[in-house]
Design a protein around this ligand. Structure first.
Ligand code: SF4
Length: 689
């Protein structure tokens, strides 16, 4: 047992933003035994079905093991030289904004740091964006509008302290299962009330006291009504209001929302308002149902408004909490991995911030304007404005809205490099240069989960073939482009530099200052929630101090709206999302037969009334069309979805189900502030196939 303990590696799950700690131990059969880490604060030993199956996703079969150039195996030198030369040539001919990096919440923070430094500090363009844009960009924008920074106020333990937990646009039971387990355990011991707000009756509703089946997209109306209720019942927190601006204007805007706008039965609506009013400790958890909307930022602010008006923020058991999809979406936000952000919560449009980062990096240039957000980035690729593109650990040819059009744009781009662990993704097939990357279990670095907890991902198996870490690839290209400052020998050195930069940010007033970690023993870094002991309980804003110039939070007037009306030609509104046992495009979970057994093929969940009207029988096929594309899906008839509002999961690709690719249907409509696509409300037509 002692020997086994010595070989056990502590790492972090690569899937969702819960960020569970994992123990990986070589077993007697040449495999790796996986267990939840009982000492990791996020999961305390728990794992969900996906995390528990991680050991079955390891192995080298089918992996990309060597670089390729135009489909032929090449040396690293040849591949890296070509990328550096293409980027250098393109920039010289067309300027720095003619190249772009599109990265991923699967990147570790150290990878993100190097990508951001290369693109913003040395290439001199902010054309670096991430698939996190599709996940939580509206939360980022909402936080920044309300708090002055992208700061998550609370922590997971608030769900265990709360009297009432409101889950809005979040199927927590399937998408953040261990956090859901923690919530259900709290409910069992102390009777926590749970309300689920979702047009669908999801698995999460089974553990709830109340399910509000609101009309799709009506979230801001609902929270506007709640704000009015707070005011009318005298629940404004007079002690906290001196720390808040915009109360009257927000209330005036909220008065335009009417109960009928929500589609919620009056008794259910009244029960929710009464429960919220009667519960001092309220946490509102929200996820893609809020973010993936053409008014997602307003929805986020409508939620935050209610917490600010009541002072229910930053204290134990209360506050808004955005739960992110990917393992390191938060790390990417902190490090400045989005096109409109600088590093360490500094602002790209603030010349003092730009100068500070440029000085720290000793870099030759720094963009003064935001880069292109994901949807606009691929439009620029399509229009030939971006002529050299490097995609890392993501598959935009199948996961972007209007995916077929995006695939066409990538295929026509002058130069495309892709770093991935597989050669067969829809995007990898379009690459001129393919670079073999290390995957989970092979790479080293840090991730930040949805409650600001930084944890280590650690390597415990060798990389296959010539696969190398993403930070190494980026630094190697940077050096070949002639840029200094990319000479790290390890992720520990990158983390130390990043931590030191955060100290500079802290001196400028940024909340993100982890400089105390720059001399830590990186190899033995235990999970740590920033800001480390700086604030009692690890929560922000309980003291009423925000990061705006006047230190006050801003309530935002929200003119609530509903999704655009449907047309006779496309009379259904398609909702999209995850299934319980799969992750993104199944590059990992698809390797595990038992995970395939739950819901193993693309399907359309449709209300019985709609199915009867359309002549769709259970388990037959339906053809779903939108102005963007077409998919053929298995029919699943269920009253969990409302008439007119079918649901389809997003996991399938050209490789796994060519006619089941949902994002070929989804329109590239975005929130005007965050740039996040509205992935849950595409007008479609349906007929038997
Ligand atoms: Fe991994 Fe998320 Fe499951 Fe935890 S809840 S084991 S982080 S997928």
């Amino acid at each position: 047992a002692g020997a086994a303990r010595e070989t056990t590696i502590r790492t972090t799950c690569p899937y969702c933003g819960v960020g569970c700690g994992v123990l990986a131990t070589p077993d007697a059969h040449g495999g790796i035994a996986i267990k939840g880490d009982p000492d990791h604060p996020a999961n305390r030993g728990r794992l969900c079905v996906k995390g528990a199956a991680l050991g079955e996703t390891l192995g080298t079969r089918g992996r990309l093991k060597a670089p390729t150039v135009h489909g032929q195996t090449a040396t690293w030198d040849v591949a890296l030289d070509l990328i550096a030369a293409q980027f250098t040539r393109t920039i010289a001919a067309h300027g720095p904004d003619s190249v772009a990096l599109y990265v991923s919440g699967q990147l570790l923070t150290e990878d993100y740091y190097v990508a951001n430094k290369l693109m913003k500090g040395f290439i001199g363009s902010a054309n670096i964006d991430t698939n996190s844009r599709l996940c939580m960009a509206s939360s980022v924008a909402g936080h920044r509008r309300a708090f002055g920074t992208d700061t998550v106020p609370g922590q997971y333990e608030d769900l265990e302290i709360a009297d009432l937990v409101v889950l809005v646009g979040s199927n927590l039971a399937w998408c953040h299962p261990v956090l859901h387990q923690r919530l259900m355990a709290a409910k069992a011991t102390q009777g926590t009330k749970i309300v689920v707000i979702d047009p669908r009756r999801t698995a999460t509703c089974e553990g709830a006291d109340l399910h509000l089946a609101l009309a799709p997209g009506a979230d801001a109306h609902l929270f506007n009504l709640l704000l009015c209720h707070i005011f009318d019942r005298g629940l404004l927190n007079r002690d906290f209001l001196p720390h808040v601006t915009g109360v009257e204007a927000s209330l005036a805007a909220a008065r335009h929302s009417k109960p009928g706008d929500t589609g919620i039965p009056p008794d259910d609506l009244a029960a929710f308002l009464a429960l919220w009013a009667a519960s001092e400790r309220v946490v509102t958890v929200y996820s893609q149902g809020i973010n993936q909307s053409d008014s997602g930022t307003d929805k986020v602010n409508a939620i935050i408004n209610c917490h600010l008006a009541t002072g229910r923020i930053g204290r134990p058991g209360m506050g808004p909490l955005s739960v992110t999809g990917q393992p390191n979406a938060m790390g990417g936000r902190e490090v400045g991995g989005l096109a409109n952000m600088l590093a360490c919560h500094l602002e790209l449009d603030n010349p003092i911030h730009r100068d500070a980062v440029q000085g720290f990096w000793a870099s030759p240039r720094m963009p003064a304007k935001p880069g292109l957000k994901a949807v606009d980035m691929f439009r620029a690729v399509e229009q030939g404005q971006i002529k050299a593109l490097w995609v890392m650990h993501t598959n935009p040819a199948v996961t972007m809205p209007d995916a077929s059009r995006v695939a066409g744009a990538i295929a026509a781009c002058d130069f495309v490099a892709v770093s991935d662990i597989w050669a067969t993704t829809d995007t990898a097939r379009l690459a001129h240069v393919l670079l073999p990357a290390t995957g989970w279990g092979e790479k080293d670095g840090t991730v930040t989960n949805s409650e600001r907890m930084i944890s280590r991902q650690r390597a415990f198996i060798p990389a296959p073939g010539q696969a190398r870490a993403d930070w190494w690839q980026l630094a190697a290209v940077a050096r070949r482009m002639g840029f200094p400052g990319f000479d790290w020998a390890s992720p520990a050195q990158i983390f130390a530099e990043y931590s030191a930069l955060s100290g500079v940010a802290g001196q400028l007033g940024s909340d993100f200052d982890i400089s105390a970690l720059q001399d830590i023993d990186y190899d033995h870094l235990a999970p740590v929630t920033w800001p480390q002991a700086a604030r009692k309980g690890g929560r922000f804003f309980g003291d009423g101090q925000f990061h705006t110039p006047d230190r006050k939070a801003r309530m935002l007037p929200v003119a609530a709206c509903l999704p655009a009306a449907l047309s006779p030609g496309h009379p259904f509104r398609l909702n999209t999302g995850r299934v319980r046992d799969h992750w993104h495009t199944m590059t990992r979970t698809g390797l595990v037969p038992r995970l395939q057994q739950h819901l193993g093929e693309p399907y359309l969940e449709i209300n019985p009334d709609d199915a009867a009207r359309l002549g769709l029988a259970p388990a037959t096929l339906a053809e779903v069309t939108s102005p963007q594309g077409r998919a053929i899906l298995r029919v699943l008839i269920s009253d969990r979805v409302a008439p007119g509002h079918p649901f389809a999961p997003m996991h399938w690709t050209a490789e796994t189900a060519p006619t089941g690719r949902i994002d070929t249907l989804v329109a590239a409509v975005t929130d005007p502030i965050s740039g996040q696509p509205a992935s849950k409300s595409t007008p479609v037509a349906i007929r038997p196939y």
